[in-house]
Write a new protein. Structure first.
Length: 275
């Protein structure tokens, strides 16, 4: 059985002191190329400027995307439209003119340990409109059942359209955990026909990934969400991917290719001809 492997090499919180995550464009490109050889379906990208600070800038994202596509022209590209540092729609959506395949869409405001990610209802709707303008699919991010409820609401209203792709991210202290009762509730509320991947923050990543293999369509994995291999031993992205691929092999699962994922309808609607 084929499973989606959504690779998140670096996030907003990674740095040279706390992790082995790639920070600068050339590092991210090299990491994606190396991890593609292990097996990934898609990549979820964050960008940093020349000082290593989080940036929304189109030009910075373009360097990363062009560098990846030079060697992996068919890899599914998702860009972060995070509201952690930049709230203005014009800033968060600047990258969409590059016509990536997907753009992240968190379905509510939420707290993290030291910071909030602000996603007001009008902002969520504006992000969807802007993605539609450039043929980009939402990469829906849900941290609990309330966010899934809003996802289902927007599907019923015809605002979110098929094909729907969702990441459910477990382990944030303010949101859903990986206990069986919570996971069961999440599964009961997944929209019909949506492709869904499970990810986890910190120590919950591995458990969430295994649940994603067994109960969902795949996994979200990488140093964006989890910096450690076991205990406080820092991980590399390659270590995390090799471990989950060993587990997948034992369970008779294989990695869905980017082209297979695109042929399900998840390539950029303007840039990719389906079939």
């Amino acid at each position: 059985m084929k499973k989606i492997v959504n690779f998140c090499p670096t996030g907003t919180q990674t740095n040279k002191e706390n992790s082995f995550a790639p920070i600068f464009a050339n590092e991210i490109i090299e990491e994606v190329l190396a991890c593609y050889e292990i097996g990934i379906t898609m990549v979820h990208l964050h960008a940093r400027d020349e000082l290593g600070l989080n940036t929304y800038k189109r030009d910075t994202f373009q360097v990363i995307i062009d560098g990846i596509k030079k060697y992996l022209p068919d890899l599914v590209i998702c860009v972060s439209l995070s509201g952690r540092y930049f709230n203005e729609i014009s800033l968060r959506t600047e990258v969409l003119s590059l016509e990536p395949d997907l753009g992240s869409l968190t379905m509510s405001s939420l707290n993290f340990a030291r910071q909030a990610s602000i996603n007001e209802p009008d902002v969520i709707l504006a992000l969807i409109d802007k993605m539609n303008e450039f043929g980009v699919h939402p990469e829906i991010e849900c941290f609990d059942s309330g966010m899934l409820n809003y996802t289902n609401f927007l599907i019923k209203k015809g605002i979110l359209k098929d094909p729907v792709y969702i990441n459910v991210i477990f382990g944030n202290v303010f949101n859903a955990q990986t206990d069986l009762a919570t996971v069961s509730s999440i599964l009961q509320n997944i929209p019909e026909n949506a492709k869904t991947c499970f990810g986890g923050i910190g120590k919950d990543q591995l458990k969430a990934n295994i649940l994603g293999l067994v109960e969902a369509d795949g996994i979200r994995i990488g140093l964006e969400d989890n910096l450690y291999f076991r205990n406080k031993e820092k991980a590399s992205n390659e270590q995390l991917l090799k471990r989950i691929h060993t587990i997948m092999q034992e369970m008779d699962y294989s990695c869905m290719s980017s082209l297979e994922f695109k042929n399900l309808g998840y390539g950029n609607k303007k840039a990719y001809h389906f079939g």
